[in-house]
Write a protein of this length. Structure first.
Lengths: 221, 241
C-alpha cells in the first residue's frame, strides 16, 4: 500500500482501534503491530471518518458543572467515607480541581483519585456510571453507556497530560478517543458529535508534535 | 524448599529467552512447569519467527528451537499443564507438590498471580521490564524511550500489588539499534540477562539477595501502550542509532 494514499479498507486493517463498537467489543492493544509511517496515515484516515460525522465544535466548559474551591475541599474531606461515587460528580470535581490547582502541582488534591480513575478506565476500557469507594471498585456495575462521561473523561485526561506531560494520561486519552470515534455514528450520540472534533484537533496537534520531535513525518502535513 | 529452582513458564517469546539463556549457562533447574498451549494466541506468544538484528553482549534465543525442545535437550524434569491461566488449581497443586526454594515466573501478558500461589511461601521471581519504582506496569520499555530515559529491568519478588514487590536487583540497558525488535526480542533478552545474574546469586547463597521494599505510591503506573505512542517510540529508536 502507498504511504501517502490509503483506502478506507486498508486504513481499517492498519488502524482497527476505532472500528466497530468499542464499548462492547473492547480493544486490547496488546502486542499491537508495527507498520512504519503508514500507520500515521491510517490513523488520520480513521479520524477523518469520525470527523465527517461531527457537527460544530463545543468546548469542555459546556459539559462540566462548575465546582467551587469549597466544594472540592468538601469532596476531598469526605472521600474516604463515600460508599458509591457517581462518576459524573467525580469528573466534575477532577476538572474543577485541575482548573483551580493544575494537575502538575503538589497542591492538586486528587492525584491518587485521578490515578485510580486512569487505572480503572485503562483496565476496563469503559467509564462506569458509578464506582465503589475511594479505590473506585467497579463491583459488577453494568452501566457504562453514558457518552457524556467518556467525553468528560477525555477532557480530564487531556488536561492532565497538558499540565504534566505524563504519558500515562495521553495514553488513556488516545484510547478513549478511539472509543468515542467508534460510537459517534450511533443513533442519539449528539453530544459526541458536538465535542469530538475539538478532541480530535487536540489529539492531532499533540501527536503531530511528538512525531516531528521523534524525527518522523505525519502524512506530509 | 532449599535451593530447588522451578521455572513456571508459558509458551511465550520471553519464556523462550529465559529457558535458552539458562540452558546456555548450564544452570540446573529442578523442574519446569509449562502451561498453556504451544500454538496458542495469548499475549506474548508469537507463532512466526521474529526478524531482528543481534545485540552485542546479549544472548538471543534460537527461535527455531521450541521451549519444549530446549527443556528436553537439557534433561530437565518438566510437566505440561493445559490450563492457560496462571491461577488454575492444577498449577497451584503442582507448585505445592514440588516445594521449590525459588520459582521463576514467565506468564502470558495481562495475567496477575493471585493470593493462593503467592501464599505458598517460596519467593516467586518476576523480571519486570522497567526501572522500578518509576516505571511500573506494562510496556514500560516504550514509555522509557518516549521519556528519553534508559530502558530498565527490575527483578522483584512478586507481591499482591502489581509490580510493588521487593526489588532484588535492577539494571539499565541502552536503547537498541533500530533493527532490533523491541516487543519480543530485546525486551525478553534484557530480562533474561538480568535473570541470570539473580540466579547466580541465588545459587551461590542459597537464597535471593535482600530485597529493597518499594515505597507505596512512589513511581507511576503505565498501561499497555497505545499503538500511536508505540510507533512514535520506534521512530525515536531509529533516530538514536
Amino acid at each position: 500500500m502507498s504511504e501517502k494514499t490509503l483506502n478506507l479498507r486498508d486504513a481499517e486493517v492498519v488502524y482497527p482501534y476505532s472500528t466497530g463498537n468499542k464499548l462492547e467489543d473492547r480493544n486490547t492493544y496488546f502486542y499491537s503491530g508495527y507498520y512504519g509511517e503508514v500507520f500515521f496515515t491510517a490513523w488520520r484516515t480513521q479520524r477523518s471518518k469520525a470527523l465527517a460525522l461531527c457537527e460544530g465544535k463545543a468546548s469542555a466548559s459546556t459539559l462540566f458543572l462548575a465546582f467551587w474551591g469549597e466544594d472540592i475541599d468538601l469532596f476531598v474531606e469526605n472521600l474516604p467515607k463515600f460508599n458509591l461515587i457517581e462518576t459524573d460528580t467525580l469528573l466534575n470535581i477532577l476538572m474543577a480541581a485541575q482548573l483551580k490547582y493544575s494537575t502538575d502541582t503538589s497542591a492538586f488534591p486528587l492525584s491518587h483519585l485521578l490515578r485510580q480513575f486512569v487505572k480503572k478506565v485503562e483496565v476496563s476500557k469503559r467509564v462506569h456510571e458509578e464506582y465503589k469507594g475511594a479505590e473506585l471498585l467497579i463491583d459488577g456495575c453494568l452501566k457504562y453507556h453514558d457518552s457524556s462521561l467518556y467525553l468528560k473523561a477525555a477532557y480530564v485526561f487531556l488536561t492532565a497530560y497538558k499540565d504534566t506531560l505524563g504519558l500515562q494520561y495521553l495514553n488513556a486519552f488516545l484510547k478513549i478517543t478511539d472509543t468515542l470515534c467508534s460510537i459517534v455514528h450511533l443513533r442519539g450520540e449528539f453530544l459526541i458529535r458536538e465535542h469530538l472534533s475539538g478532541l480530535i484537533d487536540s489529539e492531532t496537534s499533540i501527536v503531530r508534535s511528538l512525531i516531528v520531535d521523534a524525527g518522523g513525518n505525519c502524512d506530509g502535513k | 524448599m532449599g535451593n530447588k529452582i522451578v521455572v513456571l513458564a508459558s509458551y511465550t517469546s520471553r519464556s523462550l529467552a529465559y529457558i535458552q539463556a539458562m540452558a546456555n549457562k548450564n544452570i540446573h533447574l529442578s523442574h519446569v512447569i509449562l502451561f498453556g498451549s504451544e500454538s496458542g494466541d495469548l499475549p506474548g506468544q508469537s507463532n512466526s519467527d521474529i526478524l531482528s538484528a543481534k545485540v552485542e553482549g546479549l544472548f538471543l534465543p534460537n527461535q527455531s528451537e521450541s521451549i519444549s525442545e530446549t527443556v528436553k535437550k537439557q534433561g530437565w524434569q518438566f510437566s505440561q499443564v493445559d490450563a492457560d491461566n496462571i491461577n488454575s488449581s492444577e498449577i497451584l497443586e503442582k507448585v505445592k507438590e514440588l516445594s521449590p526454594g525459588l520459582v521463576i515466573y514467565s506468564g502470558y501478558g495481562g495475567q496477575i498471580i493471585r493470593k493462593p500461589l503467592l501464599s505458598l511461601g517460596m519467593p516467586i521471581l518476576h523480571m519486570h521490564s522497567g526501572w522500578l519504582p518509576q516505571y511500573r506496569g506494562s510496556t514500560t520499555l516504550y514509555y522509557s524511550i518516549l521519556n528519553g530515559d534508559d530502558i530498565g529491568v527490575s527483578a522483584i519478588v512478586m507481591a499482591e500489588n502489581i509490580d510493588q514487590g521487593d526489588i532484588v536487583r535492577r539494571r539499565k540497558y541502552p536503547i537498541p539499534h533500530a533493527d532490533v525488535d523491541l516487543d519480543h526480542v530485546y525486551d525478553s533478552a534484557i530480562r533474561a540477562n538480568l535473570l541470570l545474574e539473580v540466579i547466580d546469586d541465588f545459587i551461590k547463597c542459597n537464597k535471593l539477595p535482600e530485597g529493597i521494599p518499594q515505597v507505596e505510591d512512589s513511581g507511576e503506573d503505565y498501561f499497555v501502550i497505545h499503538p500511536l505512542l508505540k510507533h512514535i517510540a520506534i521512530l525515536k529508536q531509529k533516530k538514536c542509532k
